[in-house]
Design a binder for this molecule. Structure first.
Ligand SMILES: Nc1ncnc2c1ncn2[C@@H]1O[C@H](COP(=O)(O)OP(=O)(O)OP(=O)(O)O)[C@@H](O)[C@H]1O
Length: 245
């Protein structure tokens, strides 16, 4: 995969490491995220885990700058917050695609970002969709559509790739295909921040795990520590399949 070197982004300052301090998000009367603190280093794959409603998706949206916190701080390196979003990409559980051909979906992103449109074929091949290039994107299967969403994200040469349960409704082969693309991006230096409910997936991909419970960080551990011996009751119960209420 020929990602543009980071210097081609026209930025001199790295947007990593990430420091999150005392982050609070309130929606209506509810405090959804309640004093979130963690640090992420410049490389690797962080899995964000936790039960339904813990605040994982909203945390990703905050980190990506799509919504603003009520209080607290998100520091991406020394870069101004308004300048980080375009250096990151977010892939949702349900792919957001244009009603155009598969190839045109990638071309659109490359053009919009001022990238070399000739990279389209390479990206299609990279995600295993070269043979579907001319097909309308709306006719893709769920797994194919998600691979196209990933190709579109990678077309932007992101320094950080956020993934919000991208394999939630996919069959095992499609899950592994997506994981292989994500692992490849990680190996090429893209910082991965990945929400999943799947402990198997987390074990396969994680360098570290941020475990959320009811809007708080119950635990942030390396994968080597987290899976054999989670420190928090919340993570222990979650991994053993006990319902958290
Ligand atoms: N716009 C909104 N207004 C009020 N509450 C909201 C809004 N969006 C989300 N919430 C609530 O915030 C909480 C956290 O939502 P979020 O989607 O971040 O959870 P999650 O951990 O990603 O859950 P899941 O695993 O089910 O996807 C939930 O209780 C949800 O109902």
């Amino acid at each position: 995969m020929t990602y543009a070197p980071l210097a081609d982004c026209g930025e001199e300052t790295a947007i990593l490491p990430l420091a999150v301090r005392d982050l609070v998000l309130r929606l209506g009367e509810a405090t959804i995220l309640d004093g979130i603190n963690f640090d992420l280093g410049p490389t690797g794959c962080t899995m964000i885990m936790g039960p339904n409603g813990a605040g994982k998706s909203l945390l990703l949206k905050l980190l990506h700058g799509l919504i603003a916190p009520n209080s607290g701080r998100i520091s991406w390196g020394k870069v101004r917050p308004t300048r980080v979003t375009s250096r990151q990409a977010l892939v949702f559980q349900k792919p957001v695609l244009l009603r155009r051909s598969v190839a045109a979906n990638i071309e659109f992103v490359l053009r919009a970002r001022g990238k070399d449109v000739a990279r389209r074929d390479f990206l299609l091949d990279h995600v295993g969709l070269a043979h579907k290039a001319a097909q309308p994107a709306r006719l893709l299967s769920g797994g194919e559509a998600q691979r196209l969403a990933l190709a579109r994200a990678l077309a932007t040469d992101p320094e950080v790739l956020f993934l919000d349960e991208p394999t939630a409704s996919l069959d095992p082969a499609s899950v592994l295909a997506i994981e292989a693309i994500v692992s490849d991006a990680r190996a090429r230096g893209v910082r991965i921040i990945f929400v999943t409910h799947d402990p198997g997936q987390a074990r396969r991909l994680a360098d570290d795990v941020v475990f959320l419970e009811r809007g708080r960080v119950a635990e942030h551990s390396s994968a080597a520590e987290f899976f054999p011996e989670p420190q928090s009751d919340a993570a222990r119960n979650y991994l053993s399949g006990k319902l958290l209420v």
